[in-house]
Design a protein around this ligand. Structure first.
Ligand code: AMP
Length: 481
């Protein structure tokens, strides 16, 4: 099916250029359905499978709709995990790069003060987890009077148990004349009704009505006793010899145990769970996205929304006890037209949960037999070769795009009374450089970062070494971050 190219959409040239550079030529199905109506500022309840391009479906209209001149936040995107907030922030920044959209992330276990300072600066979009967002709203550090757009990503998780009180408290504080979008792969009628409670005559958009999962994933399950799981995992991973694999467990203790076993056997493996410090969680996720190791053992914090290119296998070491979690976990594979395998371990006594999952996804998951000793032995050589070879590094998403951008550091900021206009004025006067080559400018007390776009970074860096800004000679170099 041929779809209209993004270049034919009613979008500004800055957004179109960013989409072109990201390699987003034509919209995915959900984007095709969502973008035009979102641009008309309709409230939307969107249900679309994992990996179908949901993030861009709301990020494109949000980036288009926010007004650059307005300094206060105009859009709020709520996500259930910090990892997902960071990922959405990156997507917004990439899509809004040429419009110079500034996005800020707010999540726990990061300095409140630092976030407060960021919120005092120009901000178009705030992406965050509910607890910290509410904290900033209640303390008055996140000003809401210009907020026009709200996205509740992974809506069913956000309007459920742990989050609902905080999310409702946030929504109650938001201006009434706002546009609200909710997105998820799994929304049941109850949650949908709840969505409607906060929205004005929302339009329901459903993609892939025939199923919750893509048909690019092959599903199977194995029967196993709890005490045999570790051995079975070794056998299965040897025979499957995955390029890139996520292994989900129900608890962090389980993650630790499985991780240790695999690490002891020299698997290129890392782990992620909520008991780890945030920096380590981010570092592990980033390395996995780059393909630095092949196996990631995780709790469900890594199940929702996380977008890693080309995961070939998802193994449910523990059966998820909630049917929705099955869909989200296995949705880490089979993304954007690629194939994937989902293998689930089932212990005696868990059949009821499995029945529920099957009913939910709408098909029977075939049983597979554990590999025989002979099969494992036959696969050993290839397996050993792969785990001891360096994986081919994946280009981090948008890396080529980011090559065109250089972030410059200047050792002067607010204290020297410098404003964005002062930087723009000086830089745009350089021969061969125009305002369109200047990206996001972040001014702090004693320093300023300026993104230089379109591969003009080296030229601007060289020229700025001898030029003054508002009569001040500043030190300038390429920023480390
Ligand atoms: P999501 O479902 O939002 O996690 O997106 C899945 C993946 O598809 C991400 O890696 C996106 O960068 C990518 N993607 C989203 N929209 C498009 C598009 N229109 N063309 C190509 N890739 C896309």
């Amino acid at each position: 099916m041929s779809r209209k190219s993004f270049q034919q959409y009613d979008l500004s040239k800055e957004i179109k250029k960013a989409l072109l550079n990201l390699g987003f030529e034509s919209p995915t199905e959900v984007q095709e359905k969502v973008v035009p109506v979102a641009l008309e500022k309709r409230d939307l309840v969107v249900k679309s499978p994992t990996g179908s391009g949901k993030t861009a479906a709301f990020s494109i209209p949000i980036c288009e709709l926010v007004e650059w001149e307005e300094n206060k936040p105009q859009a709020l995107i709520l996500t259930p995990t910090r990892e997902l907030a960071a990922q959405v922030n990156e997507d917004i920044t990439n899509i809004g790069r040429y419009k110079r959209i500034k996005a800020t992330s707010l999540y726990g276990r990061q300095s409140f003060e630092r976030q407060k300072i960021e919120l005092k600066q120009k901000n178009h979009v705030v992406v965050g987890t509910p607890g910290r967002v509410l904290d900033h709203i209640e303390k008055g550090t996140f000003v809401l009077d210009r907020l026009h757009y709200v996205v509740i990503d992974e809506a069913d998780e956000m309007l459920n148990r742990g989050f609902i009180d905080q999310v409702e408290a946030i929504i109650r504080k938001l201006p009434l004349n706002r546009v609200t979008f909710t997105f998820s792969a799994t929304i049941d009628e109850e949650v949908e009704a709840l969505c409607h409670k906060y929205m004005k005559r929302p339009l329901n958009i459903e993609v892939n009505k025939n199923g919750l999962t893509t048909n690019r994933i092959s599903h199977s399950y194995l029967q196993v006793r709890e005490e045999e799981k570790l051995d079975l995992l070794q056998g299965i991973t040897t025979v499957e010899n995955a390029d890139s694999c996520m292994i989900f467990c129900r608890t962090k203790e389980k993650v630790d145990t499985v991780y240790k076993k695999l690490a002891d056997h020299h698997y290129p493996v890392r782990k992620i769970h909520g008991g780890m410090v945030q920096e380590d969680r981010f570092a592990v996720m980033n390395q996995f996205k780059r393909g630095k190791f092949r196996y990631l053992v995780a709790t469900d914090i890594a199940a929702r929304g996380i977008d890693v290119d080309s995961i070939t296998h998802v193994i449910n070491y523990d059966l998820p006890l909630e049917k929705e979690r099955y869909v989200h976990r296995i949705g880490r594979t089979g993304r954007m037209g690629k194939n994937g395998k989902a293998i689930t371990f089932l212990t005696p006594g868990e059949q009821n949960y499995m029945d529920e999952i099957e009913e939910y996804v709408g098909f029977t998951i075939p049983k597979m037999l554990p590999p025989t000793e002979q099969e494992v032995a036959n696969a050993k050589t290839d397996f050993e070769r792969k785990i001891h070879s360096n994986p081919k590094l994946k280009t981090a998403k948008h890396e080529t795009f980011n090559n065109e951008i250089m972030k410059l550091y200047f050792n002067g900021g607010k204290k020297k009374k410098l404003r964005a206009i002062d930087f723009v004025g000086t830089i745009a006067k350089i021969k061969g450089v125009s305002v369109a080559d200047i990206g996001i400018i972040t001014i702090q007390e004693n320093l300023t970062y300026v993104d230089i776009l379109n591969g003009k970074g080296s030229l601007v860096l060289r020229e700025m070494k001898t030029k003054t800004i508002k009569g001040k000679q500043l030190k300038v170099h390429q920023a480390k971050k």
